[in-house]
Design a protein around this ligand. Structure first.
Ligand code: NOJ
Length: 537
């Protein structure tokens, strides 16, 4: 089995609007990112997944692209982008670009032309119908928008400013591949592919994801672009099962390196209900079962996992599954240890490494996210109570992940010199910030730093088998076994003491957030205890 650099990599996601503002306009930018590359090098990460920085009217914060080969003014320009690539490469950090090709902005010249001129070739780059059907947009309402000029409807699975591209059109596909090659030629490290499972849609049959031609398109894309280079590709696939994930990531299929699956994230809300109806408590046994399934079914050579708790669309994990009170640091360390020692490529979302938390949003005035706002307006129309709506947004809304990165305890957490930032800084920045984390050898930051290094140094993390252990409900323990070599990972996924009996002897503690000897003696785990032991052969 050929091993690639990304098998040993830890990826760090940057949401550019919120990472670091260099020019005082209250919005993060590329020069801001460049100024913090030394920090990321200290953390040790191998690659940055950069959420979109392309020209965009920012209806969905850059996931609505009006020119794929131009940098948005708020972030800088192409010279800044090239400088970022150069500076990152000098530090052995690769830049993975966000590829958003399920849709463009309605301000992209293709769509402008398609709308203005129904006989233009660009018309068929999008999906037009005389009649609408009952497909819904993920951001609420119908997925179809009427176009006055031509008397037809166009499809938009996200906002109406994000018309869906028609992947049936070969000319469009070629234009996408040309654009990808433009970026590859600049020396990027790969692509994160936005809602890639939707490009094979058949709207007339109500098929939005996993359409019949999806994998043909990906094989074609692979051949036409990144397949010739040692790049990392990760597809966002909300509905993937392990079987589907293998279709994408089996190396023999020549599609993608890996996908993001979201089955564990599905536990954040009640089954079969919209995400806003969040689950008040995590079902830990269900979480164990899900990870067990993914870890055992995506064996090396047959597929590859991605590992994540957070991204720019999700609540901060400490606020939903960890502890934001006295055990904030310990629970953050436990969650990191649990995830990073599994098989797959781990992703850290900016601020996760210092234990950032959800924001105490008080009213809709403070909300920027189009999805949250659409949800609130629809819910209000249905007569729902404002307090309940805000409760959902506070727990689940995407802006929680998007508040500015907390660098230090000065004004605006050192994120910006502006009096007002595009989203407010979390009031807890006085204590939760990078400067404080770096000054404390027991901080969450150093747990992440150690985990990143462990991944670089230990091949067993790539190829050892995963064995879930039978334990108390709220203890998550597994072994990674390779021949006669075994490692044991034990995590108390709760704020309460738990029993944990074991008889294995060990020769080394690879990482821990507790006194392992005490836990061993008492056969008890304190709240959020977590450690990894190398067992004696
Ligand atoms: C998934 C992205 O992660 C999300 O932020 C975005 O709103 C949608 N795709 C649409 O591009």
């Amino acid at each position: 089995m050929e091993k690639h650099w990304w098998h040993k990599a830890t990826v760090y996601q940057i949401y550019p609007k919120s990472f670091k503002d260099s020019n005082g306009d209250g919005i993060g930018d590329l020069q801001g990112i460049i100024s913090q590359l030394d920090y990321l090098q200290k953390l040790g990460i191998t690659a940055i997944w950069l959420s979109p920085v392309y020209q965009s009217p920012m209806d969905d914060n850059g996931y609505d692209i009006s020119d794929y080969e131009v940098i948005a003014d708020i972030f800088g320009n192409m010279a800044d982008m090239e400088e970022l690539l150069d500076q990152a490469n000098q530090r052995h950090i690769k830049i993975v670009m966000d590829l958003v090709v399920n849709h463009t902005s309605d301000e992209h010249t293709w769509f402008v032309e398609a709308r203005e001129n129904p006989t233009s070739p660009e018309r068929d780059f999008y999906i037009w119908r005389d009649q609408l059907n009952d497909l819904d947009s993920i951001f609420g309402g119908s997925a179809w928008q009427y176009d006055q000029k031509s008397g037809q409807y166009y499809l938009h699975f996200f906002s109406k400013k994000q018309p869906d591209l028609n992947w049936e059109n070969a000319q469009l596909r070629q234009k996408v591949y040309d654009m990808m090659n433009f970026w590859i030629a600049k020396g990027i490290g790969g692509f994160r592919m936005d809602v890639i499972d939707m490009i094979g849609k058949i709207p007339d049959q109500g098929i939005s994801t996993n359409g019949p031609k999806l994998h043909d398109y990906l094989k074609e894309m692979n051949q036409a672009t990144f397949g010739k280079h040692d790049l990392m590709t990760v597809g966002e696939t909300w509905g993937a099962s392990p079987e589907i994930a293998k279709q994408y990531s089996n190396p023999d299929h020549h599609e993608l390196s890996m996908v993001f699956q979201f089955e564990h994230i599905g536990l954040q809300h009640k089954p079969d209900v919209p995400k806003w109806d969040y689950a008040k408590e995590l079902d830990v046994p269900a979480l164990k079962a899900i990870f067990n399934k993914w870890q055992t079914q995506l064996e090396l050579g047959q597929g590859w996992n991605s590992l994540f708790w957070n991204n720019h669309d999700l609540p901060r994990v400490l606020s939903i599954w960890g502890d934001t009170g006295v055990n904030r640091v310990k629970s953050a360390q436990a969650l990191a240890i649990l995830l990073h020692l599994m098989r797959g490529t781990p992703y850290i979302y900016q601020g996760e490494e210092i234990g950032m938390t959800n924001y105490p949003f008080a009213d809709l005035e403070q909300i920027d996210d189009i999805e949250s706002l659409n949800f609130a307006h629809e819910a209000l129309e249905k007569g729902q109570d404002m307090a309940a709506i805000m409760d959902s947004i506070r727990m689940i809304g995407r802006d929680n992940a998007r508040t500015p990165m907390q660098w230090d305890s000065t004004k605006q957490a050192g994120f910006s010199s502006a009096d007002k930032t595009w989203l407010p800084v979390n009031p807890n920045y006085q204590s939760i910030n990078v400067q404080a984390a770096l000054a404390d050898p027991d901080s969450i930051f150093y747990t992440y730093q150690k985990l990143v290094q462990l991944r670089k140094d230990n091949d067993w993390l790539i190829d050892a088998d995963f064995e879930l252990l039978e334990t108390a409900d709220k203890v998550f323990a597994y072994k990674r076994v390779r021949g006669s070599e075994s490692h044991l990972v034990v995590v108390n996924f709760s704020n309460q003491e738990q029993n944990f009996a074991w008889s294995d002897s060990f020769e080394d503690i690879l990482i821990s957030n507790t006194d392992v000897a005490v836990a061993l003696n008492k056969q008890k785990l304190q709240a959020w205890d977590a450690f990894c032991l190398k067992l004696t052969d």
